[in-house]
Design a protein around this ligand. Structure first.
Ligand SMILES: *[C@@H]1O[C@H](CO)[C@@H](O)[C@H](O)[C@H]1NC(C)=O
Length: 361
């Protein structure tokens, strides 16, 4: 997340129960993530259920043809891809540690490349009236917004991506006290009081599984787990690109078990390997860092890249020079670019110069 001002709002609270336990190793998947719920140690080989319940275990290429689409009322206004459009990710073999396999074969929400969007993390959205901009995708804070707000957004044809930090500890979150002291690492640069997490820890993963469950209970269509890029800095833990992919796989499978999509936030070094684990990418400042092209494989795979630039003057007034600098094309063809202030409030500008202020509480 590097420079994003993350949410300050925290409207508690949920009494979270113990999250479902899942031990799942890395696997590659198609758009149908297979959920493995571990409950034993049965080795599974090439199971195929033909009952409209296809287990993607040894699928070589063909995803089960979609039976149901995710609640039609919610996707009517969304330019979603069909199952076959998000190509580039082959179904692979699922390496189970063993156990019962539960297959979730409902196709996940797959937004199309170029889908316009808005992100508001620092305040709760006020969706009691028609939101502006009238777009089909919003990214909002998972804790800061209520199930009612998300319901109101759905009624406006909006798909809701729910943000939470999966790789850092934030003191003000309602579940902050659940983390073990040993799982808290170094401070994040520029974020006083926020610490890197040991994302290899079972305790951390249990808490994150609970956050994903909470996102599902609130009605989120997808999750935006931030701070998976700790391996690029000194977290205090031996995190690597490989552990980040393992953690992302865990988050991805858990989200899919609730029929929620998931995105990759930044983390350029794992972008290629992560493409098939997620439905979209959310990136910050790729123009100012001249690194947009790292994420082009998402577009090739039929998945959007939601791009944020933070020029001087935002939020409020961005000069036309600053706007054109942020909006120049440099490896970001096909991306869904927006101009935001680092506070990530309701203000947003698009590269055509239109400005909106999304209503917040
Ligand atoms: C990414 O994928 C490539 C090709 O499959 C593989 O060689 C590499 O080890 C992977 N990287 C990580 C960090 O897993």
């Amino acid at each position: 997340m590097e420079e994003v001002q993350k949410t300050l709002s925290s409207s508690p609270l949920y009494n979270d129960e113990k999250p479902p336990q899942r031990k799942i190793s890395c696997f590659r998947r198609h758009r149908y993530r297979t959920l493995a719920a571990v409950a034993g140690t049965i080795a599974l080989l090439g199971i195929t259920l033909g009952v409209g319940l296809g287990v993607g275990l040894t699928n070589s290429g063909d995803a089960p043809k979609s039976t149901s689409t995710v609640s039609a009322d919610r996707r009517s206004a969304s330019p979603d891809a069909t199952a076959s459009q998000a190509s580039g990710c082959q179904a692979g073999s699922l390496n189970l540690l063993g156990g019962l396999v539960m297959a979730n074969t409902t196709p996940l929400w797959q937004p199309l490349p170029g889908t316009p969007w808005q992100i508001v993390l620092s305040q709760p959205i006020d969706a009691t009236k028609a939101l502006v901009p009238a777009l089909s995708v919003y990214d909002i804070d998972m804790y800061g917004n209520t199930a009612l707000t998300i319901q109101q957004m759905h009624l406006q044809g909006i798909r809701v991506i729910c943000y939470f930090s999966a790789g850092s500890w934030e003191a003000y979150r309602p579940d902050a006290g659940l983390f073990s002291y040993q799982d808290l690492g170094n401070n994040l640069n520029g974020w006083p009081g926020e610490k890197w997490l040991n994302t290899q820890s079972k305790g951390v993963r249990d808490i994150m599984a609970n956050r994903i469950k909470l996102a599902a209970e609130k009605g989120c269509d997808a999750v935006d787990p931030d701070n998976l890029d700790g391996f690029e800095t000194n977290t205090g833990f031996p995190l690597t690109a490989s552990t980040a992919l393992d953690y992302l796989t865990f988050l991805s499978v858990t989200a899919a078990s609730y029929n929620m999509a998931i995105g990759l936030k930044n983390a350029g070094p794992i972008a290629t390997n992560a493409t098939c684990l997620v439905e979209f990418s959310i990136i910050e400042s790729c123009i100012s860092n001249s690194e947009c092209s790292i994420y082009q494989n998402f577009i090739a795979a039929g998945k959007p890249v939601f791009q944020i630039e933070y020029p001087l003057g935002a939020p409020g007034y961005v000069t036309s020079q600053a706007l054109s600098r942020s909006c120049k094309t440099n490896g970001n063809v096909g991306y869904s670019e927006i101009i935001k202030g680092k506070d990530l409030g309701g203000w947003v500008e698009y590269c055509d110069g239109t400005v909106f202020n999304t209503a917040t509480y």
